[in-house]
Structure formats: structure tokens, C-alpha cells
Ligand binder design. Structure first.
Ligand code: SF4
Ligand code: SF4
Length: 356
């Protein structure tokens, strides 16, 4: 089995926006990826805009030069992310877009729009049959099926469920629709906590399967009818609908890798990934606090292979710390996503690191 090329360009946040933008463009160009961008093709830049209050997310102006290179090939370039499973500032397209604008991801600055991938309230989802061990059909945000090219831009961080989150997580969890996220996070359907339900019936109207009815003075979900779309979780004004998070950190990583594989199937060779190992925090960018990084910045890595890219990223982070700092900080065996990703054909763990 041959190894995949992973490019690395050392970088620090304090070098400033202009320099980081030039470096991002430089590493992007080393991928020789622009040949896949045809005139008028839809180019999706998949990113996490950062939860409100988060400081570690990728900064919009780091992308400016790369965006201009892509725009020289096609004008149909846009930034995108999916709505969240939980109630917050990114659970519908209006709040999510406003938050992105607030964080500087704005057409006036970058020359490209933000388009939320799974629609106004996260209902725009399509299925792709993959027949893998955990996932038979992946539920991916519809926008990705209509896009021609995907550039996956990920901020490398620790993560309490998967050890670390980078390209595989951004593809697998990040491109899944709400139903797909629920698929990965839980094996059981949501439940209503009667203590918080005032029977307002909002969820009755939103449930596409009429799976919610009244029982003993509160809403009740009939699990045999529920398809796990997750809408009731976000529409309940009282936070009465709860899901049971899957605490099995092997299962969630395997599902996530299988979802990432589904996304890679949609795009084939027209997918590339860039990881930013800058402002590396213990928790991911869904956290709303301005957490401090736990180590010095490393730089920007890029590859056409998400498994090789994440393997190289986590190896460098651990090497710089002289120990497996990711497991130490999160208590999670992060290797599962890489091992499973390789097993199912998402990519290779063996890589050739090329420093620019
Ligand atoms: S998850 Fe979807 S299908 Fe299931 S009860 Fe909630 S809204 Fe209905
Ligand atoms: S939306 Fe919430 S409070 Fe209203 S009926 Fe459904 S579970 Fe109860």
C-alpha cells in the first residue's frame, strides 16, 4: 500500500492575517487541485464558523488568497456548514448565517456568500447507500449532492467524544444533516421529559412522521414511528425533548468515519482537505468559551487524503508534546477514526510529510 502526500507549512497566529492567507494559498496550490475546478462549478468550502464566543475557529481572512485562486476558476464558490443537533446559535440557517457574518465570514470581506447546507431548519437531507458495518445509508445535507467540488477546511482541536476533531470529523459529522448527526450520536430515538413539557404541541406540527402524541398530560414519542430526524430536539421551546448521547467512543468514531466515507464518495477526486493546527484547544469550536490553546501553533497541513492528513496532524501534535497529549487531555482513544477510516477505504494512515 502506498503512502499519501501530506504537505505542511509552519505558521503561527501572531504572524498576522496577511501572512496566514498567503501560506494557506501556498499550501492549497501544492495540492494541484485547481485542475478539478471547472468553469461555473459549485465549489463548497466546508468550514465551522465557531460557536458564539468561541475564539479558536479558523479566521475568515486566512482564506482570502485561496478564495481568490478558486474564483479565478469558478465564480460559484461559497462557504458552508450544517445546522447543529442541539439548540444554540447554529441550529437554523438564519441564526447560523448571522453568527457566521458576526465572525467575519461575510461576502463584503471575502467576496463569497455563506450558504447553509441543510436548509432553513435542517430538513434538507438526502441519503447515500454505503452498506458499511455501522451505517447502511448515510444522511447527508442536500447541498453537498448538488455541489461539484469540496474543500474541507478544519481546525484541529481535541474532542471529548472522538479524541480529536479535524478533517474526518468535519466531513463525517460536519456534512451530515441533523438526521445524520443523530444517527452518529445515538442509537436510540429522542424522548420527552414530561417535567418540562407544557404540551404546547409545537413538536406535533414539525414531526414529519406524526410520531408525537399526547400521553398522560405531556408529549410522547412513538419510537416505532420515529425516523430520528431530530427536528423535535430543536423546535421544542422548553428543551423538553432529549436525546441519549452515545457514550461508546468506538462506535461514534466508526460511524463518523463511515459518514466521511459517504461524503468522499459524493466528490471522488474533487475533494481536498486543509487542517489548521493553530490555536489548538482541548475542546472543539462548538464550545462558546474563548479557551486558551494548550500548546504552541504548528502550522497548516493539506492533503487529498483525509485519513493521512488527520494521522499526520495528530502525530505532529503528540510529537511536539513528547507524549500522547490528545489521549491525556480527552481520555479517548482517537486512533479508532483513523483505523476504521483506512479499513473502509476513506484513505491511508501511512503518509509522506512534505514540508514547504
Ligand atoms: S426525531 Fe423526528 S420523527 Fe422522531 S419524533 Fe422527533 S420529529 Fe418526529
Ligand atoms: S414542543 Fe416541547 S413543550 Fe411543546 S409539546 Fe413538544 S415536547 Fe412538549
Amino acid at each position: 500500500m502506498t503512502s499519501s502526500n501530506v504537505f505542511l507549512i509552519p505558521a503561527r497566529e501572531d504572524e498576522g492575517t496577511q501572512r496566514l492567507s498567503e501560506k494557506t494559498k501556498k499550501i492549497f496550490q501544492r495540492l494541484n487541485f485547481t485542475e478539478h475546478i471547472e468553469k461555473n462549478s459549485f465549489v463548497a468550502l466546508k468550514i465551522h464558523f465557531g460557536e458564539k464566543g468561541n475564539k479558536g475557529h479558523i479566521k475568515p481572512l486566512w482564506l482570502l488568497d485561496t478564495i481568490n485562486v478558486i474564483k479565478s476558476r469558478s465564480n460559484r464558490v461559497f462557504l458552508t456548514d450544517t445546522n447543529t443537533l442541539y439548540v444554540g446559535h447554529r441550529s437554523n440557517a438564519v441564526d447560523h448565517t448571522m453568527l457566521a457574518h458576526g465572525h467575519g465570514f461575510d461576502a463584503r470581506k471575502l467576496g463569497i456568500p455563506v450558504v447553509i447546507a441543510d436548509g432553513l431548519i435542517g430538513r434538507n437531507s438526502d441519503e447515500l447507500s454505503i452498506n458499511k458495518q455501522r451505517i447502511k445509508a448515510a444522511r447527508i445535507a442536500s447541498l453537498f449532492f448538488d455541489s461539484d467540488v469540496l474543500l474541507c477546511l478544519s481546525h484541529f482541536t481535541g474532542h471529548m467524544l472522538t479524541g480529536f476533531g479535524a478533517a474526518i470529523k468535519n466531513l463525517g459529522m460536519g456534512c451530515a444533516s441533523r438526521a445524520g448527526k443523530l444517527d452518529q450520536h445515538s442509537d436510540v430515538h429522542p424522548k420527552v421529559n414530561p417535567k418540562y413539557c407544557n404540551l404546547c404541541q409545537t413538536c406535533f406540527d414539525f414531526c414529519p412522521e406524526q410520531a408525537i402524541k399526547e400521553k398522560e398530560g405531556s408529549a410522547f414519542i412513538e419510537s416505532e414511528k420515529c425516523i430520528g430526524c431530530g427536528e423535535c430536539l430543536v423546535v421544542c421551546p422548553n428543551g423538553a425533548v432529549k436525546m441519549t448521547w452515545d457514550s461508546d467512543k468506538i462506535r461514534i468514531q466508526e460511524k463518523m468515519a463511515e459518514y466521511a466515507y459517504a461524503v468522499s464518495r459524493i466528490f471522488g477526486q474533487k475533494m481536498a482537505c486543509i487542517n489548521f493546527l493553530i490555536h489548538i484547544t482541548k475542546d472543539c469550536d462548538c464550545m462558546c468559551k474563548g479557551a486558551s490553546p494548550f500548546m504552541d501553533d504548528i502550522g497548516i497541513l493539506a492533503s487529498l487524503d483525509p485519513v493521512a492528513l488527520d494521522q499526520a496532524s495528530v502525530d505532529i501534535v503528540n510529537e511536539r508534546n513528547g507524549k500522547d497529549i490528545i489521549t491525556e487531555k480527552t481520555g479517548v482513544d482517537w486512533s479508532v477514526q483513523l483505523e476504521h477510516g483506512e479499513k473502509i477505504g476513506l484513505g491511508r494512515r501511512e503518509y509522506r510529510l512534505i514540508e514547504i
